[in-house]
Design a protein around this ligand. Sequence first.
Ligand code: NAD
Length: 244
Amino acid sequence: MGRLDNKVAIITGGASGIGESMGDLFAQEGAIVIAADINEAALEKVSQKQNVYGMKLNVASDEDWQALAQEVNDRFGKIDILVNNAGISSEKPYEQINVEDWQKMLSINGFGPFAGMKHVAPYMAAQKKGSIINISSYTALIGQGFNHYSASKGAVRALSKAAATTFGRQGIRVNALFPGIIETPMTQALSTSKDLLDRLIQATPLQRLGQAIDIAQAALFLASDDSSYITGSELVIDGGYSAQ
Ligand code: NAD
């Protein structure tokens, strides 16, 4: 028996990195996984996997969200789990961040999870049960990253608490994960030098970088009924980096 048998799970950004790892694990545990992503080529690849269905979604689009939630509900009969994982990052120094950069970041990383919850919650409320997991970042917790990315992840943190309060009486749980530096295509694309990575590892109590599966395992717990009394909680997964 899997821990997510017969559950229907939408994972945004499900075609790469942390989202893809969650999709693999959730499917392995018996779920029907909808990998919702803007990258069509990557979606084709993940759709080859058993019980993973790729669907195109721009999380910054209210219309896309409305259509996706309805399509998933029509096709699979319900929505049990939503992981708001899609996101972008940026290395721009703060002096160069302009209002367009800010708006794009907040549209994808901030409005995306908000719109996802807004459109999916009614389907969860219809069955008086659901689990929503929002992916924030350690940068929302500590004084690092004076930029639009940290601001967007701070928004995710605040929205998660508020959504847990708003939707709890409808049987919907909302929790947030705070990954540290995880080795994925996102971090590989950064210009981080080997030297800086070595220093980051040295500065991490558990002495390694995170892997996508580290986040997926925590998401599995929060998605499953093993966490049925947990809502509004915050789980930091960063090898102890932000605890210091
Ligand atoms: P990734 O770049 O490997 O994957 C992100 C996915 O999101 C991609 O498939 C991309 O196509 C998709 N995406 C981007 N914009 C989208 C949009 N508008 N609509 C739909 N999909 C879109 O990144 P990752 O490292 O797996 O990151 C996943 C999440 O974890 C992000 O929210 C990221 O901010 C967060 N996070 C990552 C780290 C890290 O170190 N990797 C640390 C903290 C938080």
